[in-house]
Design a protein around this ligand. Structure first.
Ligand SMILES: *Cc1c(COP(=O)(O)O)cnc(C)c1O
Length: 381
């Protein structure tokens, strides 16, 4: 089955009991066991048919052996990091989601897990960060909000030489654009709240592995920690995933069109987009991904105000989050990345006037016109 067919028919796509073409929402905490000690459904934290349909679909789409659904992306990452113990060391990308940074620094470190942050676009720096107790390399690609791309295949080779697992946060790319497990990673995690769900109407997380032993351990932790996705949202997420391919194609076309507007405009100082042939990420993104995604960041020239720019927009809404059908815009320094100390943020390349856009699937003409008009109407501050 090809990918877009799998989105609809992969995993368990219909109810084995009734033939219903959409897996029903099995709202039950416990299950009547027909015979003492006979395997079957037991308790919904341990396993639920609606959640299982989603989990098998995600394993299928990611080329893994098992998938696990959680109540949020953060819960998925927490369970995966719980594979490690006090005294274990993890090499982690320096350009990761703020919530993951917080989970590492304010939670996992209290349990004695050690971390070293490193720029994962720099292979030599990653190699140098490994220690005798390094058990994993954790990275994101493309990153947020600067859309930097790291070489999963090359990084996995380095990690394997040190006997370490590779964990990739694939939230921005989704399995439509990028399959980390096929490039050497062992575990892929995603915030399904973003593109997988795709409609800004649920919070969910997914972990998939292609290693049977890791699958057993993650399943054990999922059941032990208990941060599982409930059957209603599992159903809604599977419904969203069916149109992932159709949505991503429009997301990407619209992003290309908006990129051209920004590229040709006099008010724009800098663009961060892996689909920009002038970007240092372009060649690697072309090789590693099926497309360039639908996130684009940019800076206006210093004499123009992001506030004046954003206040003119109507279709494109000022909001955090990303990956939904609606176009969203934000200023990371004030919004999503506001909790990072300014000096650190600037050092990481996130300027005060950086603007990040999550391009939706509205009519391209409306988005292009709105962006162009807002740029044309800018006046020097
Ligand atoms: C949003 C996000 C998360 C966290 O997911 P939640 O569903 O909000 O818990 C993790 N990683 C990345 C890259 C994200 O964008």
């Amino acid at each position: 089955m090809k990918f877009n067919t799998k989105l609809i028919h992969g995993g368990i796509s219909e109810d084995r009991n009734t033939g219903a073409v959409s897996m029903p929402i099995y709202k039950a905490s416990t299950f009547h066991q027909k015979e003492l000690g006979k395997p079957g459904w037991e308790y919904s934290r341990t396993g639920n048919p609606t959640r299982q349909a989603l989990e098998e679909l995600m394993a299928d789409l990611s080329d893994g052996v098992a998938g696990f659904a959680f109540s949020s992306g953060s819960a998925a990452i927490h369970v995966v990091l719980s594979l490690f113990s006090a005294g274990d060391h993890i090499v982690v990308g320096n350009d990761i989601y703020g919530g993951t940074f917080r989970l590492i620094n304010q939670v996992m470190k209290r349990f004695g897990v050690e971390f070293t942050t490193v720029d994962t676009t720099d292979l030599a720096a990653v190699e140098a960060a490994f220690q005798s107790n390094t058990k994993a390399l954790y990275l994101e690609t493309p990153t947020n909000p600067l859309l930097r791309v790291s070489d999963i295949e090359a990084l996995s080779k380095i990690a394997k030489q040190h006997g370490a697992h590779v964990i990739v946060d694939n939230t921005f790319a989704t399995p439509y654009l990028q399959k980390p497990l096929d490039l050497g990673a062992d575990i892929v995690v995603s915030s399904a709240t973003k593109y997988l769900g795709g409609h800004s109407d649920l919070i969910a997380g997914i972990a998939v592995t292609n290693d049977k032993e890791l699958a057993e351990q993650i399943g054990f932790l999922q059941n032990s920690i208990g941060s599982v996705l409930d059957p209603e949202d599992a159903w809604l997420l599977q419904r969203g995933i069916k149109t992932l391919g159709a949505r991503m194609r429009v997301h990407e076309e619209n992003t290309q069109a908006l990129f051209k507007v920004l590229k040709d405009d006099q008010h724009v100082a800098k663009i961060y987009y892996p689909g920009d042939p002038a970007s240092s990420s372009y060649e690697l993104a072309k090789r590693q991904m099926r497309g360039f995604g639908a996130m684009i960041s940019f800076e206006l020239k210093p004499e123009y105000s992001p506030k004046q720019f954003i206040e003119q927009l109507k279709v494109i809404s000022l909001a955090e989050s990303l990956g939904g059908v609606e176009s969203l815009i934000e200023v990371p320094a004030i919004m999503t990345h506001g909790s990072i100390p300014r000096a650190e943020r600037i050092k990481d390349g996130i300027q005060d006037n950086l603007i990040r856009m999550s391009v939706g699937i509205e009519d391209q003409e409306d988005l292009v016109t709105e962006l162009q008009n807002a740029l044309n109407n800018l006046v020097e501050a």
